[in-house]
Ligand binder design. Structure first.
Ligand code: PLP
Length: 348
């Protein structure tokens, strides 16, 4: 294949775009006492009367230290969903380009294809939920801009083999987005460590899962300076609000607390897996590198409704490809898990 060239992937309209310049872009505070009369804000202090930092520098500074990257390698979004949408809009020409996904996987990639009028080429995972590298590469053509690899994968729970992901990174001339929403629950190393090796790699993470902050909406994208510069150009100027920046900073510095919650969730996951494996109506419990477990049961609709009657809501994945009669169980607190286990044991 020919050499990777980012310029060839960016939409012409994005290349030509002059980004919005906000008051906080044009005058960046150096910490000295200034009177700010440049953004039409209400001057009476209440903690949020000022616009937030459009580049979220304080929060990014912590992330640079924790992940051994530079600020220029980070873009923050209103959840990873906004990050993923920005990636589509920067690189995929509506009605012309295509992206490749590997179902069963996170449903948002397909929705974003619909929103952005981009063809979704789907290449099923193998029967053991691994990437089918040869088939994926067969699906690639000159209009293929992005591959979305969710690892650990939702809803199957497994992380994909490093060798397969590496093969795709090397063979594909478009962008490879590795969605690491569940990375903190797995023992595997983040692909962020490989950014300098692969100019076509983007890694997305989120505070919504292990960090316990789904409510503040904070997604993270790590990539080369060149890719981040393009995404920065099209992001809404103040996409991360002040409350989110403040809460996120408090949390990302509390690594011990996050780590201990992750450990407790993993212990609960393992006890749930043990119980599921013993139940007659459970046929397969798939290995998980995440905070949820996918299990194949005798009749997913029936079991889903029985759990609902017991006031427990799980995710019925039976309509996903390769997932017939599967349920996805998120791991809750010890108390919630005990209740779930008690109900499961009564079912027959
Ligand atoms: C939950 C999840 C996300 C998180 O999305 P946010 O918008 O950051 O809440 C991203 N990717 C996958 C695969 C997920 O399961």
């Amino acid at each position: 294949m020919k050499e990777f060239n980012l310029e060839n992937l960016v939409r012409e309209t994005v290349k030509a775009l002059k980004p919005y310049s906000s008051a906080r872009d044009e005058y960046v505070s150096d910490g000295s006492e200034m009177i700010f009369l440049d953004a039409n804000e209400n001057p009476f202090e209440n903690g949020v009367n000022r616009y937030p930092d459009p580049q979220q520098r304080s929060l990014k500074l912590i992330l640079t230290q924790q992940n051994n990257v530079k600020e220029e390698n980070i873009l923050l979004g209103n959840g990873s969903d906004e990050v993923l949408d920005l990636i589509f809009r920067a690189f995929c020409e509506p009605g012309q380009d295509n992206v490749i996904t590997m179902p069963p996987t996170y449903g948002m990639y397909k929705v974003l294809c619909g929103i952005n009028d981009v063809e979704n080429r789907e290449v099923l995972l193998t029967a053991d939920f691994e990437l089918d590298v040869a088939k994926i590469l067969e699906a690639v053509d000159t209009k293929s801009k992005i591959m979305f690899i969710c690892s650990p994968n939702n809803p199957t729970g497994n992380a994909f083999s490093k060798r397969n992901i590496e093969a795709l990174l090397k063979a594909f001339n478009g962008l490879v987005v590795i969605d690491e929403a569940y990375i903190d629950f797995s023992g595997i190393e983040s692909w962020v460590a490989s950014l300098s090796k692969y100019p076509n790699l983007l890694v997305t993470q989120t505070l919504s899962k292990a960090y316990g902050m789904a409510g503040i909406r904070l997604g993270i994208c790590y990539a080369s300076k060149e890719i981040i510069t393009i995404l920065n150009k099209i992001k809404p100027p103040y996409n991360i609000n002040q409350l989110t920046q403040d809460r996120a900073m408090d949390r990302v510095v509390a690594q011990k607390m996050v780590q201990s919650e992750v450990e407790r969730i993993l212990e609960e996951r393992d006890s749930l897996v043990k119980v599921l494996n013993k139940l007659d109506f459970v046929e397969t419990v798939y290995p998980s590198d995440a905070n949820f477990v996918l299990a194949k049961v005798d009749n997913a609709d029936k079991r889903y409704n029985e759990l609902l009657k017991a006031q427990i809501v799980v995710r019925n994945r039976t309509n996903q490809p390769l997932c017939e009669n599967t349920l996805r169980f998120t791991v809750g607190t010890s108390k919630e898990n005990q209740k779930l286990i008690a109900i499961l044991k009564e079912m027959n």
